[in-house]
Structures are given as C-alpha cells and as structure tokens.
Design a protein around this ligand. Structure first.
Ligand SMILES: [Zn+2]
Length: 60
C-alpha cells in the first residue's frame, strides 16, 4: 500500500539523510565516528561540536 509514507532514515551522528550505501549513516565518516563512540565509551571525538564545548568548559 503506502510504501512511501515512511520518512527516510537519518544519520544518528549528524542528522543528515542517510545514504543507501552507508545507512543508517550518511557517510563512511559518520559510521567511523559512531563506531569510535562505542569503542571509547563516549570519549571525545575530534570534529564533534558537543564534545568540544565540554572540553572548553573544563578548560576554564
Ligand atoms: Zn552523518
């Protein structure tokens, strides 16, 4: 029936539309970032704005 009613999946890393090749991520890079989070238990990944803010506060 309404097969097109589902919204496209979103990249959990940057919230962009996921690509067919890399879903649920938008790119191999975001897949690496997500994998890194699991491996490091939430350790700050270079390039993540949220983590950068934490570091900035802690540096005061
Ligand atoms: Zn992404």
């Amino acid at each position: 029936m309404a097969a097109d009613s589902r919204p496209p999946p979103r990249c959990p890393v940057c919230r962009r539309r996921a690509s067919e090749e890399n879903r649920p991520f938008c790119s191999p890079r975001c897949a690496q970032v997500d994998l890194g989070r699991w491996l490091t238990g939430g350790y700050a990944i270079p390039g993540e704005a949220e983590d950068a803010q934490r570091i900035d506060e802690d540096d005061a």
